[in-house]
Write a protein that binds this ligand. Structure first.
Ligand code: GLC
Ligand code: MG
Length: 249
């Protein structure tokens, strides 16, 4: 068995089946001790909401944390976001302009304060309205020369972030830093903000059995041998995928 870089989303991916999570944690912990495998969480949550789930579910201490949909990277337990990554994202990012442009769309309901971050502006947007609003919003923002990316997840969450950021690009940053090849990297997810994890490179991908329709649809339209759609939900699906790829026994 060789070391690998393990990257997982939290809500409805790592977390959601407490029994399976116990088993997976045990396997990962041992793999880290014996082979130097690295554990990374990649979530849309802010630091505040991350700490909540970390304590509630007693999650393993990760080797790095990707928070706020890839706009913040925390290394080695630091409570300060990595400044190299922040510098990359700050180029051309105009948060105030994003706020004033989005204010013209009454369908966008601002998320709680804790989820508004230096490089992330987040709203709730109903699925039904999203079909017409998202293309309009995108073209408005582009017209203002705003280099941003819209990430829509779970039929409700809309994140607006700098063009150069998402969970996938944050993983590339870590992969280069730690020198893991794609074949020794595995990414796991269940919803729209995880699509970027599966598109950036040739990493092994695990889609858990309970994945949301937006991810399943994307997966069906972009089939790839290095991606596995699990039968089991959440941590059970991750265990299934890690075995499928031969990363664990
Ligand atoms: C988490 C965040 C929220 C974000 C969502 C999707 O729930 O708290 O701000 O919109 O993930 O990325
Ligand atoms: Mg999720």
């Amino acid at each position: 068995m060789a070391e690998f870089l393990f990257v997982t989303d939290l809500d409805h991916t790592l977390v959601g089946d407490d029994q399976a999570l116990l088993v997976l944690n045990d396997r990962l912990q041992k793999h880290r001790q014996e082979h130097g495998t690295k554990i990374v969480y990649a979530t849309g949550r802010s630091p505040v909401l991350y700490r909540e789930i970390q304590q509630e579910k007693n999650l393993l201490e990760p080797d790095a944390l990707i928070l706020s949909v890839g706009t913040e990277i925390y290394l080695d337990g630091s409570d300060r976001p990595d400044s190299t990554w922040a510098t990359i994202l700050s180029q051309g990012w105009q948060r105030n302009l994003v706020l004033s442009k989005t204010a013209e769309f009454p369908e966008l309901k601002i998320q709680p304060n804790s989820e508004q971050r230096p490089f992330k502006v987040s709203f709730f947007l109903e699925q039904e309205a999203s079909v017409t609003i998202l293309p309009k919003l995108e073209s408005e923002l582009l017209k203002s020369n705003l280099n941003v990316k819209l990430i829509y997840s779970s039929g409700i969450d809309l994140d607006i972030v700098p063009y150069r950021s998402d969970k996938g690009q944050a993983v590339q940053f870590l992969r280069q830093k730690w020198k893991f090849v794609a074949e020794q990297t595995v990414v796991c997810g269940d919803s729209g903000n995880d699509i970027a994890l599966f598109t950036t490179g040739n990493e092994r991908g695990i889609i858990v059995g309970n994945a949301r329709s937006e991810l399943l649809q994307w997966h069906n339209e972009n089939p790839a041998n290095h991606r596995y759609l699990a039968q089991n939900a959440c941590a059970g699906g991750i265990l299934e995928g890690l075995t499928y790829f031969g990363l664990i026994e």
